[in-house]
Design a protein around this ligand. Structure first.
Ligand code: HEM
Length: 213
């Protein structure tokens, strides 16, 4: 049997794929969040950072293709797991026996995932696949967030991202077998910190740009 059929044929294989791709996507978000902080230093700092990033072609294209592939695998395997869970509904609750297993995050994973996918498509159309030669990216971002509706949409999207990460982060440790009861309180606290850092870290920028506009 092919290796990918072996992985996709086993529950552990699929969960591992979700965990590894999820961890890489969290890594991307951490870098993105760090980049966004440049916006607090003003237009020149942010546009300079963006220009430096784009000067890294063709590496940036390779990075983006890798990122898209990770995202697609995460979505595809997540969808398979969602339908498998639906079929196995009477027994699926046995999976969650540890503290933190059943939360808003875990109950809504497929739905928050779908909303994040919709957000990312709109987000790319808004800030990535746009002409930046006349109006630089900072000015486009700042102009977007003078509209309170866009701020509301982005802040709501960041809450959804945070809720998704809150369960994803906990789930990572379960999948990798790091779930000894002794470490659970620490893992739960760490999960909360990571969730807040991403939620507040991303969500604060649109609000800041609205205030200083
Ligand atoms: C308030 C929150 C956010 C702001 C203001 C923001 C802003 C931006 C901007 C300005 C760009 C274009 C950079 C450039 O091409 O120079 C970008 C790219 C991108 N953003 Fe965001 N972002 C936010 C949150 C997110 C989140 C939560 C995700 C994922 C769930 C995300 C995914 C992406 C992706 C995939 C790209 C394209 C990356 C690339 O071209 O290398 N962003 N973002």
């Amino acid at each position: 049997m092919n290796w990918y059929l072996l992985i996709l044929g086993s529950s552990v294989g699929k969960k591992s794929l979700m965990a590894i791709t999820g961890l890489c996507l969290i890594g991307f978000l951490a870098v993105h969040l760090l980049g966004n902080t440049m916006a607090f230093a003003g237009a020149d700092a942010f546009n300079g950072y963006a220009a430096k990033l784009h000067s890294l072609q063709p590496y940036l294209s390779v990075f983006n293709i890798g990122l898209a592939a990770l995202g697609l695998v995460h979505i595809a395997v997540g969808t398979i797991l969602f339908f498998e869970n639906l079929k196995a509904r009477p027994t699926r609750y046995k999976v969650y026996q540890n503290p933190g297993g059943r939360t808003i995050g875990s109950n809504t994973m497929p739905y928050t995932g779908l909303l994040i996918l919709i957000f990312v498509i709109f987000h790319l159309l808004k800030f990535t696949f746009v002409d930046k030669s006349v109006t630089p990216i900072y000015q486009q971002m700042a102009a977007t967030f003078t509209n309170p509706l866009w701020v509301l949409i982005y802040v709501a999207a960041m809450v959804i991202v945070a809720v998704h990460i809150s369960h994803g982060f906990w789930s990572l440790f379960q999948t990798f077998g790091i779930n000894h009861p002794r470490y659970m309180p620490l893992i739960m606290k760490l999960g909360l910190v990571v969730t807040l850092v991403f939620g507040i870290g991303f969500g604060i920028l649109p609000i800041y740009l609205l205030i200083i506009a």
